[in-house]
Structure formats: structure tokens, C-alpha cells
Design a protein around this ligand. Structure first.
Ligand code: 1PR
Length: 559
């Protein structure tokens, strides 16, 4: 039984549930810090920063936490900062609200946090990457040096002559080297998320807490480092679980065929449409994918347009349960929009809906229909933002990395490149594909409500507008390819990934490992997602990763 409780500094932004669960998984109990006075009494503080630097520092100040925290850190007491919890240790950050002056950080580590250059690389840096160790530390004692850990950030702290002695590990993203962990004495912080880094992250968390318990935390040793050593971001394999209530009222994972999730009726028998395909229970299936090496799991509530998410207790419970045992990022989609309850007349903003999901254990929320509306409105206003769309309000509070836009387009075949008078981006079909009348081109028409409503806007435009409004990632489906097992729609993936600087997750159509390798080689997508082939156990996640590795594409090893 540990001799102390972990003091958790939760200032109310983002998903701290996973951090709590990771602490429990390490065998420790938690004491919440709710009063500034508790800070100097703590035995070990964990500070999981989520959201934006400016708002995090403002909340710390408003709550009176900033000064006691500075004193605690100056006394070299056990501390683990995570992500923004590391960045706030620096003097300042370029991440502040436009038009407002920068807010100083805690100023414990010399240097400024700056943004990755989106003209040169995909930003945010999302996914699994390595670490180059600058010090030997008990915190990394039980993990292999080449175990990947999970990052999600647009801002980073560069290694400088002034902060060199703090650097515990560095990581490279494209040509940029940044600090991925710091340690000086008992003050430790990581840019990556141990609570989202699978078994490796749990080992880091446990090692930190055990070193506090044993009094060995501060025993570090500088290492010789190779200044030219680099690390590489892996390509992510994402599993999607389309969740809905079946005809018996049970919440099940289902899977569509071009978005139709009902079994086909038997030939010649007029029985109406078949039942909803039931491929398993959401939490059990998601836990299996975590164990099998899925890099990320997305739950999509595909009937959300029928009801308000706030009443959607089953989906919130799914997240709460899933986050107890799954320590990789969880995305939830479906119904992230403002909502009025006709019975009570109460209205919930999209931000309130998203907050419910974040508190239940989601790391990212994914928006479909609402993003199409927002893109149409942005175009209609000539590009003038209102600051009030769901995308803008959620990303302002939780950071762009927490907001995914899920696009559900279908092909509209056209005869030539200029068939839509430049209103929509027209692409040439790949290989020997042709439309039903021999067309060689198509544009990708966006839909809302899971394919039920067609809109006069193309996928490339929605992706661009979503990026402008604050999306941090695009989940790019394709209704024509969904459930077909014929491979991803490469032309669509190329068109969208070339039009935005945020990461794109390729989705719809995977049927074998070769399809992943193919999309990673031919389009600039950072992740690829499959559903049916994993649910039906036709292909294992590890087989996909093996194929990627044997074709020179980095994939995370789950150890
Ligand atoms: O519009 O914000 O409420 O969000 C609704 C969400 O639900 C969107 O993300 C939308 O994509 C999703 N959705 C709605 N209806 C369906 C449906 O299938 N009838 N599913 C649906 C989306 C796409 C992927 C699927 C891939 C991979 N399904 O999740 O898993 O196509 O499948 P495959 O590997 O088997 O080919 P809002």
C-alpha cells in the first residue's frame, strides 16, 4: 500500500479521467487539489494540462494556484506535468488569444514555447513518436528506449543552451527537435501523454510514482547524446466502432455497407429491411482492439441525429467504462452540436455537449453535420468567422487537437474537370475506374446526418473551412467505399490531404493490410481507419502493422 496519495491538479479542462485511471492502474489513490493551500502540503503533484496555454495559466492564476505551485517547484518536490503541464513550466508561449497580450508561464524553465511551422509540416504533431534520452532517469527505467509514446500538440519547447540541463529526452518531428520530457531533481514533465501511451505510458507513470515512494526520483545521470539522432512519427492504425441501439434496445457495434447498417433482406422474401447488424459490445470490442495494438479508437454514435446527446447516457457510460482499461486516445463522434430539449425547453451549447464527452473520457470529439453547416455559413459570409460555431468554441477551450471533423462524402461523377464551373474540386478517378456512364472525373459531395442529406459543397471545401474554423484533424470517410473492402478512395485522400495542413485520417474501404500500405504511400495521410475487417476478424491489427513495416512505413509496436 503506497504511503501517500497523489495530488491531482485538475483545473477543469479536457480529459483528466484517463490520467486518474492511469494513476489507479499504477496502484495509487488520488487526492484532488481544490484549494491553493493543498499544494504545499502535497507529497506528489500530477498536473495534466489540457487545452490552450493562455486559458490554463489564467485559470491557475484565478484559482490562486500559480504562486504556491512556483514555491512547490522551487522546493524541488515531486511533480509530474503532462503536455500543457510541461509547457506551463516555461517562461512564456506563443499560444495566446489573438489580439491579447501573451500570458507568462510559471517561469521555472528558461525559454519560450513556440508553434510548429505549418508551412513545412502537418500541424498538430499527432501520434506516436520516439525519444532520445539525454539523462538516465528512474522514470524511464522500465521502458525500452525505442518504445513510442503518444503526442498531440501544435506548440513545442525547443532545446536551447539555457534549458539544456533540464532536458530528459528530445524528439524530432520533420526537421524540428523539441523537448519531449524534462527532469531536474524531483520535477519531471512530459510533452507526451503517458496516460495515452499504452503499456509504455503506464510504465512511465508507475515508475514516477514508485520513485516518489522509494525516494529515488531525483537520481538522474547525464548521458552522452548524439546531436544528430532523430526519431520518426509512426503512421497510426485507427479502429472505428459505429455504435447504435438495435431493434431490441441494446447498444451495439454495427457496420454499414455504404452506410446502410441493416442486413439485406433475403432474396425473394418480402419481409421489409433486415435487423441492425450486431458485431459486438462497444466496450468489450474496444478493449480487444487496445490489447491488439490499435493506436486510437473512435466511437461514432451513428443515430445521434435522432436524439440529444445529453440524454445519451449509454454513450457516456461507454466512454467512462472504456477509459478505465484503454490507454490510447479515444474519439467520440455523433451529435456534437447545440441541442434544445423540446420537453424541458432547455438548450445545451455544442461546447457543453463536448464537455460532457471530455469529462466522460473522450480525448477528441468528432463533428460531422455541424461542420458541414459551419462550412456553408463560412462560404456564404465570404470567409467571415463568427467565433460562435461549435468548431470555434470547442477548439478555443480544448485546443484544436481535441476537435476532429468527420466528412461523409459521396462521389458525383462528371464528364470533365470543369463540369462544376470551379464550384467544387473535381478530381480524376484513379486507375481504370469510371463512372456509370463512362465518366473519368468526380467531385465529392458532402452529406449530413450520416449520408441522409446531400449538400451542395464538396469535401475539399469542407475540409479547408473546418481547418480555418479550428479543426485539428479530418476523418475522411467515403460513402461509396464504406464496407466494400476494395481499398481507400485514394483520389479523395490525395485531394483533401493536399488542401489542408492538419492531419487526415483515411477511412472507408479497407479490406486487407495492403490497403493501408497503399494509402500511406500514395496520399499524405497520417492515419488510416478501418472497421468491418477488424470487427469480422478477417485481418488482425498486427498483420496490418507488419505489412506496413515490411514496406518501410513506421508503425507502433505494442509492448
Ligand atoms: O453528423 O456530427 O452527428 O456525426 C455523425 C457521425 O456518425 C459521423 O462521424 C458519421 O461519419 C457517422 N455515421 C453516421 N451514419 C453512419 C452510418 O454508417 N450509417 N458512420 C455513420 C460512419 C464511417 C466509418 C466507417 C468507415 C470504415 N461510418 O465510421 O467505420 O467507413 O468502414 P470500413 O472499414 O468497414 O469500410 P454528426
Amino acid at each position: 500500500m503506497p504511503s501517500f496519495k497523489v495530488s491531482l491538479l485538475d483545473y477543469g479542462a479536457g480529459n483528466v479521467r484517463s490520467v486518474r485511471n492511469a494513476i489507479f492502474a499504477a496502484g495509487f489513490e488520488i487526492q484532488e487539489i481544490t484549494e491553493p493551500g493543498q499544494i504545499l502540503e502535497a507529497k506528489a503533484i500530477i498536473f495534466p494540462g489540457v487545452g490552450a496555454f493562455g486559458s490554463a495559466m489564467r485559470v491557475l492564476k484565478e484559482k490562486g494556484f500559480d504562486e504556491p505551485l512556483r514555491q512547490y517547484l522551487a522546493q524541488n518536490r515531486p511533480f509530474l506535468g503532462i503536455c500543457l503541464g510541461m509547457q506551463t513550466l516555461f517562461e512564456s508561449s506563443d499560444e495566446h488569444e489573438p489580439g491579447k497580450p501573451p500570458i507568462p508561464g510559471l517561469g521555472v524553465i528558461p525559454g519560450k514555447v513556440i508553434k510548429f511551422d505549418e508551412t513545412k509540416m502537418t500541424v498538430p504533431h499527432i501520434g506516436w513518436n520516439g525519444r532520445i534520452l539525454h539523462q538516465q532517469s528512474p522514470v524511464f527505467e522500465n521502458v525500452n528506449n525505442d518504445d513510442d509514446v503518444y503526442f498531440v500538440h501544435s506548440f513545442y519547447a525547443p532545446v536551447t543552451a539555457e534549458n539544456k540541463e533540464w532536458v530528459l529526452s528530445s524528439t524530432t518531428y520533420e526537421d524540428e527537435r523539441f523537448i519531449s520530457a524534462v527532469q531536474k531533481g524531483c520535477v519531471v514533465a512530459t510533452q507526451f501523454h503517458p496516460e495515452k501511451s499504452g503499456p509504455t505510458g503506464l510504465k512511465v507513470m508507475r515508475a514516477f510514482l514508485e520513485a516518489v515512494e522509494n525516494g529515488t526520483l531525483g537520481s538522474t545521470k547525464p548521458l552522452e547524446i548524439d546531436e544528430t539522432a532523430t526519431t520518426h512519427l509512426t503512421k497510426r492504425v485507427v479502429v472505428a466502432l459505429d455504435v447504435r441501439t438495435n431493434d431490441h434496445g441494446d447498444l451495439v457495434v454495427t457496420k454499414g455497407d455504404q452506410y446502410d447498417v441493416r442486413e439485406n433482406q433475403k432474396e425473394g422474401v418480402v419481409t421489409g429491411r433486415g435487423g441492425v447488424r450486431n458485431l459486438g459490445k462497444p466496450v468489450a470490442l474496444a478493449s480487444r482492439y487496445y490489447q491488439e495494438g490499435g493506436d486510437e479508437i473512435a466511437f461514432l454514435n451513428i443515430t445521434s441525429f435522432r436524439q440529444g446527446v445529453i440524454e445519451d447516457m449509454p454513450m457516456l457510460q461507454v466512454l467512462e467504462e472504456a477509459s478505465k482499461n484503454i490507454f490510447v486516445p479515444l474519439t467520440v463522434g455523433g451529435g456534437i452540436r447545440s441541442y434544445s430539449d423540446p420537453a424541458s425547453g432547455q438548450t445545451w451549447s455544442a461546447l457543453e455537449v463536448a464537455s460532457r464527452y471530455f469529462r466522460a473520457g473522450a480525448d477528441k470529439v468528432s463533428m460531422g453535420s455541424d461542420a458541414v453547416d459551419a462550412a456553408e455559413a463560412l462560404i456564404a459570409s465570404g470567409g467571415k468567422k463568427t467565433g460562435e460555431t461549435s468548431l470555434e468554441t470547442i477548439s478555443r477551450v480544448y485546443g484544436v487537437q481535441a476537435v476532429v471533423v468527420s466528412i461523409d462524402p459521396k462521389r458525383v461523377y462528371v464528364a470533365s474537370q470543369d463540369s462544376t464551373d470551379k464550384k467544387h474540386v473535381v478530381v480524376e478517378l484513379e486507375g481504370d475506374q469510371l463512372g456509370p456512364n463512362g465518366e473519368r472525373f468526380c467531385w465529392y459531395q458532402c452529406t449530413a446526418k450520416g449520408g441522409r442529406e446531400e449538400r451542395d459543397i464538396c469535401a475539399v471545401t469542407v475540409a479547408r473551412c473546418s481547418e480555418a474554423l479550428g479543426a485539428g484533424e479530418i476523418m475522411l470517410n467515403c460513402i461509396d467505399m464504406d464496407g466494400q473492402c476494395k481499398g481507400f478512395d485514394i483520389a479523395l485522400m490525395k485531394a483533401v490531404s493536399e488542401a489542408v495542413t492538419i492531419p487526415v485520417i483515411a477511412s472507408s474501404g479497407a479490406g486487407k493490410p495492403e490497403h493501408f500500405t497503399d494509402v500511406f504511400k500514395r496520399a499524405n495521410v497520417q492515419a488510416a481507419l478501418a472497421a468491418g475487417m477488424f470487427h469480422r476478424k478477417e485481418v488482425e491489427i498486427e498483420a496490418v502493422k507488419e505489412h506496413m513495416r515490411s514496406n518501410g512505413i513506421r508503425a507502433r509496436t505494442c509492448s
